[in-house]
Design a protein around this ligand. Structure first.
Ligand code: NAD
Ligand code: ZN
Length: 358
């Protein structure tokens, strides 16, 4: 098992990464404080893991609440279902809420924990690769509003994050590779260890080898933890984690969040950021090429299907990323990692985006 500290001033906590941690009774019960534990999960993940987890918390009164699978259920009604349950069963602030699932459950249950009696004990047990390397670390929690994703939420840190690499064995292939997309982002942000693991362990990664995954998840969480520790509330450096995301979000929006998985859209977004960085002389075409090969090798998309209208694409990007000076705020790649740049050259941006149109 590997451990990683998130050294936040007010709420320092540890991320535990290893094989079969859902079986580690001592570890789990050390964070699940209070007499009552509520495990929030969904109808896909719960049948696979909830009984095992339940057994390991033998000395507590363990409750379960199962939400229906899917992003549409990161909703106000699911949120109130959790709160109703907590209130109805007299949970106290120092009882524990456990989020067992992917990023949807982590965000939803995390926000319920943040707001129940102004904050109850929370433990994140992420089971998707994306949740293990991204959403469970850093304390962002949220639910969606019909008018926008993640519109209602809070920064709320868990007591611990426990990552069991064995849970990845049951993750659908496409979800798994989408998680690899998010991991490639950390390589681009300058994590050489990650790039080397991804380039040299293709077979083991496709077989979901626990040891290789443990290292990969460790280095990913270490990078995220480092950025979050410097900038918990996203006033500056944390924005670097948006690499590939401004482009990626535009793609997700244009396709109604129903065509691409998040990591797939981010993969294309990173390639757009790389191409723009080459055009601006920040990196050589060799680097762009290296990442193109890497992304393609994991079967992630490298061009956009269905085709799109570039003006619409820019309009979506402009909606949240253009500031008063009419520049697009973008994360670009340079030789030492990434930088945030204000892009004003709309013609260049248009030609870069257009080149990904299938
Ligand atoms: N809080 C943050 O910082 C942050 C960061 C990135 C993404 N997010 C959020 O995370 C969400 C996406 O997360 P996600 O990609 O994990 O989606 P998800 O939670 O929908 O999980 C993807 C699919 O995999 C299934 N699944 C999860 N673990 C499994 C397992 N071990 N075995 C079998 N099936 C499993 C889920 O039931 C679901 O069908 C989005 O809502 C996004 O906004 C939050
Ligand atoms: Zn992301």
């Amino acid at each position: 098992m590997r451990q990683l500290q998130l050294p936040l001033k007010d709420n320092p906590y540890t991320i535990h990464i290893g094989e079969n941690l859902l079986n580690d009774e001592t570890l789990l019960s050390s964070f699940c404080i209070g007499g009552n534990v509520l495990i929030v999960s969904n109808n896909v993940v719960a049948p696979l893991y909830i009984d095992k987890l339940n057994e390991k918390l033998g000395d507590k009164t363990v409750h379960q609440l199962i939400i229906r699978d899917g992003e549409v259920n990161k909703s106000q009604s699911s949120y109130f279902k959790i709160l109703d349950y907590l209130i109805g069963n007299n949970f106290r602030r120092n009882d524990t809420l456990v989020a067992l699932g992917g990023g949807v459950i982590g965000d939803l249950a995390g926000f319920a924990a943040a707001s129940y009696q102004r904050g109850m004990n929370l433990v994140q047990l992420p089971t998707s690769l994306l949740a293990q390397v991204d959403s469970s670390v850093g304390g962002k929690t949220a639910i969606n509003h019909p008018q926008g994703k993640n519109m209602i939420g809070a920064f709320y840190q868990p007591k611990a994050v426990v990552i069991d690499t064995l849970t990845l064995k049951s993750l659908p292939e496409r979800e798994y590779l989408s998680g690899i997309g998010e991991i490639i982002k950390y390589a681009l942000l300058g994590e050489k260890d990650i790039l080397s693991i991804l380039e040299n362990n293709f077979e083991s990664l496709m077989a979901r080898d626990s040891k290789v995954l443990e290292a990969l998840i460790y280095f990913s969480c270490r990078k995220k933890a480092q950025v979050v520790a410097n900038d918990e509330k996203e006033q500056g450096e944390r924005a670097l984690l948006n690499l590939g995301h401004t482009f990626g979000h535009a793609l997700e929006t244009l396709t109604n969040y129903s065509y691409y998985l998040h990591g797939e859209a981010v993969a294309i977004g990173m390639l757009m950021a790389l191409k723009l960085s080459v055009h601006k002389g920040l990196i050589s075409a060799d680097i762009e090429n290296r990442y193109f090969q890497l992304i393609a090798s994991f079967n992630l998309p490298v061009s956009v299907i269905p085709s799109f209208d570039t003006n619409e694409f820019l309009a979506v990007m402009a909606k949240d990323k253009k500031n008063q000076s009419k520049a697009y705020r973008l994360v670009l790649v340079n030789d030492s990692g990434c930088i945030i740049q204000e892009e004003t050259d709309e013609a260049l941006l248009t030609s870069v985006i257009e080149s990904f149109n299938a």
